[in-house]
Design a protein around this ligand. Structure first.
Ligand SMILES: O=C(O)C1=C[C@@H](OP(=O)(O)O)[C@@H](O)[C@H](O)C1
Ligand SMILES: C=C(OP(=O)(O)O)C(=O)O
Length: 443
């Protein structure tokens, strides 16, 4: 078997006692992929230190390279702050060129953030990806780009595959979109907007808007490279974001650990009544995973944020929770897994849009937990979870990294859980199986 290859059915290790581990979590997918886009659009070279190296970020880097951006991978000994030594990517924004072909895999950030970049290229950029990428909504980005002056060929479904006929520049200006199916529509338009001739004014017209912290992350990162952004929070109109045209600076940025990928490890402390330390947990961050400190505390844990990182301890008890997860949808699978092991029922709300994620996560969680003996029902916008004694069995992942890690959490407490295609964790955390067994002292 090749290095890192995993069997088709991975026996999720049961915990033999309380975990006690320090887990170094690799860089944030969302920060890495935004940093790559912003560096590619900058007017000078920049650095990403400790970038995430996973399928989604390598697809982003590969796509930008295909459009002519230089991305050099080095092992650096940086003196920049918390960066320390380690891997670094130097980005040389040498122009955006077509023709090129982009494989988006099933990365929401790649399929949504790059069509606006492609509109600035000087030739056609063809976008294609995994079968699931054809089903994920892209209409907000396609319709908006057309209104802003781009020429796009698609099959009329508002989804992949498509070709953006880059014209070397884009008018930009005001546009209204319904981003209720994905916050990434808004982020996508804002990220490239400093390079549009008139910048952009994005008005969200839908009834709901998921994943607001991810839009804040976009705004924060734009501002940190010199962009001027007006937001509802900075005194602007509700649901309206404005970006002024202007050059972007090249930055030297150290990527924060991925706090959503820290979730299964924190969950392990909760489920086993143990302790997990995550070094370099940022004191201030826009990552939605930071809300785990509150959510998992309510579910029975306790945390202390120190200069070294986050120290999270389980009490031995796991409580159910009634919570609106609309801001932190990507945490739902891990919370559902913990909730299935709790001492009281849970209601997870505000996450109807998860039906359009890597898989239909509400259906997948319901089916897989119930097949282990659980009692989960889907609601219009979430899940009801009534804990019951669970038994072993195959936990299917549907090519969804967060289904795989959710199954591993359940497997800690339930003997005989086998994860089908645990290798799908490579989307954002290629070393997950080794990190998991390492945490359990089983390497
Ligand atoms: O912008 C981002 O980096 C993300 C935004 C969210 O997408 P949705 O708003 O589509 O849920 C989140 O679920 C995804 O994992 C990452
Ligand atoms: C929804 C997710 O990813 P994507 O960026 O592909 O939307 C996720 O990572 O949970």
């Amino acid at each position: 078997m090749a290095l890192n290859a995993q069997p088709a059915l991975w026996p999720a290790p049961a915990a033999s006692g309380a975990v006690d581990a320090t887990v170094h979590v690799p860089g944030s997918k969302s920060v890495t992929n935004r940093a790559l886009v912003l560096a590619a659009l900058a007017s000078e070279p920049g650095w990403l230190r400790r970038p995430l190296r996973s399928r989604d970020t390598l697809l982003m880097a590969g796509a930008l390279r295909a459009m002519g951006v230089g991305i050099e991978e080095t092992v650096s000994s940086s003196s920049s702050g918390a960066g320390g030594s380690g891997e670094a990517w130097r980005v040389l924004p040498t122009g955006l060129h077509g023709p090129a072909t982009v494989d988006v895999g099933n990365a929401g950030t790649v399929m949504r953030f790059l069509p606006p970049v492609a509109a600035l290229a000087d030739g056609p950029i063809r976008f294609d990806g995994d079968p699931r990428s054809y089903e994920r909504p892209l209409n907000g980005v396609i319709d908006a780009l057309r209104l802003l002056g781009a020429r796009i060929d698609d099959d009329g479904r508002g989804a992949l595959p498509l070709t953006v006929h880059g014209g070397g520049a884009l008018d930009g200006g005001p546009v209204a979109i319904d981003a209720s199916s994905s916050s990434q529509f808004v982020s996508a338009l804002l990220l490239s907007a400093p390079r549009f001739n008139q910048g952009v004014e994005v008005r969200h017209t839908g009834a709901t808007l998921p994943s607001l912290p991810h839009i804040r992350m976009t705004v924060d990162m734009l501002r940190s490279v010199g962009a001027q952004v007006d937001t509802p929070e900075s005194g602007g109109e509700p649901n309206v974001w404005r970006v002024t045209p202007g050059a972007l600076l090249g930055r030297d940025l150290t990527i924060e650990p991925d706090l959503s990928n820290a979730q299964p490890f924190l969950a392990a402390a909760l489920v086993t009544g143990g302790k997990v330390v995550v070094p370099d947990w940022p004191a201030r961050t826009t990552q939605p995973g930071d809300q785990l400190r509150d959510i998992f505390t309510e579910m029975g844990g306790a945390c202390e944020l120190t200069e070294y990182g986050l120290v999270f301890t389980g009490s031995g008890a796991i409580h159910g929770i009634d919570v609106d997860l609309s801001e932190v949808g990507e945490l739902t699978p891990g919370i559902a897994a913990v909730a299935a092991l709790a001492d009281s029922p849970s209601t997870l709300r505000g996450v109807a849009h998860l039906r359009l994620h890597e898989t239909d996560r509400l259906a997948a969680l319901t089916k897989e937990i119930n097949e282990l003996g659980g009692d989960v029902t889907e609601t219009a916008d979430g899940l009801h979870i009534r804990p019951r004694p669970l038994h072993g069995g195959v936990f299917h992942t549907y090519d969804d990294h967060r289904m795989a890690t959710a199954g591993a959490i359940i497997g800690l407490a339930v003997e005989g859980v086998q994860i089908e295609n645990v290798a799908t964790t490579a989307k954002t955390l290629p070393d997950f199986p080794e990190m998991w067994t390492g945490m359990l002292g089983k390497n």
